[in-house]
Design a protein around this ligand. Sequence first.
Ligand code: AKG
Length: 286
Amino acid sequence: MFSDTRKGYFEKGYAKVEGFFSESEISQLISDVRQIEQLSQTLDKDDDIFQFEKKNGKATKLLRRIENPHLHFDTINSFARSKKVIDLLTPLLGENIRLHNSKINIKPPTGAPVQWHQDWSFYPHTNDSFLTLGVFLDEANELNGALACLPGTHTGKIYDHRNVETGKFCHAISRSNWDENLDPESAELLVGPKGTVTLHHVRTLHGSGPNHSTICRRFLLIGYAAADAWPLLGPGNFRDYESLMISGASTVFPRMEQIPVTVPFPLSEYGDRIFESQRALTQTYY
Ligand SMILES: O=C(O)CCC(=O)C(=O)O
């Protein structure tokens, strides 16, 4: 890894590497994703894998998100476990790495924004050696809703992610819970051509605007944690949890760190569906 990428990640809480994937590597990934996208077009509503943009509360044909593709499609599973990815992550997470989750956010033209949030509020662990790798499947720019990150927030406080009106967890920070550190004007927009990768720490404040352009902004996002970061909400099925190790060895001796946490309760009726859950927010930024 380039040492300035590592330095930037630890100092700012995020980093970007343009051209990380070659033209042929990214073309292969895009073609794999296209095949997956096509499977969605026989559906007329959301299922456990595919989520669509909504109009007047009803699903349109515009695909919004593919949930945990690594669990359903071999091509994405292999990509998420590839040597090139592991070599990128090792200087940031150490040698023992577990895959946590994945998604492809499509953000089609007119597609919805993602309000400001910290992933840490969704899934607190015993330590925060934990990040999300992002891969641009399309160019991301000022118009189509590129990811924005707030520098330095990965070592700061954890904001309340409950909807101030309902009191329920909503995957976003209500405006009245903002403080001077949550200043979108000081955010960095992570723009770049397809093949660019981003790395953002699990506590980094981030969000992205709506797509005002005529092209999709497809973004593959994969969460990874150090193997000794134990999920405070429990591992679910332990065998499945262990099967997500992508490098090194697992452990039953979690590393505890004295860091702020919050838990994603009380749950809203939208469960872990970030777009639906954020839509209930009345105090939005984007
Ligand atoms: O798609 C994006 O721009 C950001 C997505 C994100 O932060 C999330 O899904 O948690």
